[in-house]
Design a binder for this molecule. Structure first.
Ligand SMILES: Nc1ncnc2c1ncn2[C@@H]1O[C@H](COP(=O)(O)OP(=O)(O)OP(=O)(O)O)[C@@H](O)[C@H]1O
Ligand SMILES: [Mg+2]
Length: 228
């Protein structure tokens, strides 16, 4: 049997906005298998980012549980969840969230520095990841000096530098042109195939879906499987 690396059970999440209550996630169950590339698609506003943030321990569900590699987020302390997140989850956000006051190399090294890895080792590993994705020559650049596609690659490098158990990527190719989309998807594919890194992407982009090994649809608060 394939190992389940990430499991969500009966996740619900609502937002209150003014007098309205928005039930975004309604009893979501999900299992991500080790080594797979799962893609969740769904219309804008369907709750993809909300779900991904809950799965990554960045936000709490109203009810239900998330278990990553045998750690149940609801039964451990918040700072333990943060530790697990920093150690095991490579986040690629919908908006890259690079730190503007740090250069590329520093941004990529940041998760390691936060984890307490020493500076030399952190920068060495950050440089290696940038080399792997073909971007090491711009290590000294600030995020503001990069194009959108370049920023997204740096954000991916930052997600990869910890050698994560799982990558959670929110619209990793959002705002990228065809060439940059291709570059990014090929990096993810290589990682998935060669290093067997587990990937969960949420996206509108049909190109991303084609690369994934499994696809689910988030619609009206429910997660549905699709054939083919
Ligand atoms: N903090 C919040 N307060 C109130 N409503 C919120 C909050 N965060 C998200 N929502 C609402 O929840 C719904 C789901 O938002 P979410 O960002 O998860 O959608 P999405 O599927 O990621 O959309 P997109 O494809 O546009 O990124 C939206 O209707 C959004 O307005
Ligand atoms: Mg979103």
């Amino acid at each position: 049997m394939e190992d389940i690396i990430l499991k969500a059970q009966a996740i619900t999440k609502s937002f209150i906005s003014g007098n309205e209550r928005l039930d975004v996630l309604k009893n979501i169950d999900l299992e991500v298998k080790s080594g797979e590339w799962l893609c969740i698609v769904g219309p804008s506003g369907s709750g993809k980012s909300t779900l991904l943030h809950i799965l990554g321990g960045l936000d709490n569900a109203d009810s239900g549980s998330v278990t990553l590699n045998h750690s149940n987020f609801s039964s451990i302390k918040a700072d333990e969840v943060s530790q697990i997140r920093n150690r095991d989850i490579g986040f690629v956000f919908q908006f890259h969230h690079l730190l503007p006051e740090f250069n590329v190399l520093e941004n990529v090294a940041m998760p390691l520095l936060i984890n307490g890895t020493n500076r030399d080792e952190s920068f060495k590993r950050a440089d290696n990841i940038l080399k792997e994705i073909g971007f090491s020559e711009r290590g000294k650049a600030r995020p503001s000096e990069l194009s959108g596609g370049e920023k997204q690659r740096v954000a991916l490098a930052r997600a990869l530098v910890i050698n994560p158990l799982i990558i959670l990527a929110d619209e990793p190719t959002g705002n990228l042109d065809a060439a940059n989309t291709d570059i990014l998807l090929n990096i993810l594919q290589k990682l998935n195939q060669e290093k067997k890194t587990t990937i969960l992407t949420v996206t509108h982009n049909p190109n991303v879906v084609e690369f994934a090994s499994r696809k689910l649809i988030l619609k009206n608060g429910k997660l549905l499987s699709v054939e083919g």
